[in-house]
Design a protein around this ligand. Sequence first.
Ligand SMILES: NC(=O)c1ccc[n+]([C@@H]2O[C@H](COP(=O)([O-])OP(=O)(O)OC[C@H]3O[C@@H](n4cnc5c(N)ncnc54)[C@H](O)[C@@H]3O)[C@@H](O)[C@H]2O)c1
Length: 237
Amino acid sequence: MVTGAAGGFGRAIVERLKAAGATPVLWDLPAALGRLPDSDAPVYAVDVTDEANVTDAADALMSRFGRIDILINNAGIVGEPLPTWEVPVATFRSILEVNLVGAFLTCRALVPLMLRTVGNGQSGRIVNIASIQAKEGMDKAAAYSAAKAGLIALTKSLGKELAKQGILVNVITPAASMTAMSIDAPKERLADILSRIPMGRFLEPDEVAALALWLCSDECSFSTGAVFDLSGGRATY
Ligand SMILES: NC(=O)c1ccc[n+]([C@@H]2O[C@H](COP(=O)([O-])OP(=O)(O)OC[C@H]3O[C@@H](n4cnc5c(N)ncnc54)[C@H](O)[C@@H]3O)[C@@H](O)[C@H]2O)c1
């Protein structure tokens, strides 16, 4: 199951999952799902900040498939760039809700179901999509940086809790990519962000999908609670 599945990274991850023989289940907001091309993929309108919505969709997924092997927590919002003291309180909270609480709610609803799947001799994988901003603390993005830093910590805690139960939990910290999330950012900010990437280019969504797929594969066997950079050399730790 992929959250934010109709977005830039989400669609790339869904395509790679399909190509690898998985049956991706797409969760996203109704408006975003409406922009997807017609397909026979299982699609559910889910707001990851809504506990009842998440629980119902998790139940629907289990009734239909009887198992869940892979969870990709990818839904996210960034908010407009503002100095911390000018961010409306409701905006700060909503950014934490989507990026951090949303991932907690999906894990809370789906980990017990994944544990049942693993009990049938399968292995489970959870991949969270954070951001390089989580490690750096980007200026004018305090809520986003804090939420994604929280997501890294959530990954580490959950990774330890599940380490002996056949479920690996990892997090990717991408640098900027020209998806809907970034494309409307002020030009000077994009130029500043690009100047921080030693490779001198933006990340491609398919590069996120490639790493996510590896983290979901049997080739990834001894990493859990781990942070995987995709930063074109920007990450220094
Ligand atoms: N694009 C970048 O530069 C970049 C860099 C680092 C990390 N990320 C992270 O990667 C992830 C995917 O981002 P993207 O670049 O594909 O952006 P995007 O805007 O194309 O996709 C984000 C998706 O999340 C969905 N979403 C938002 N709120 C939701 C909610 N409450 N419930 C369910 N779905 C919700 C949106 O509808 C959208 O489809 C996000 O978590 C983002 O923070 C993006």
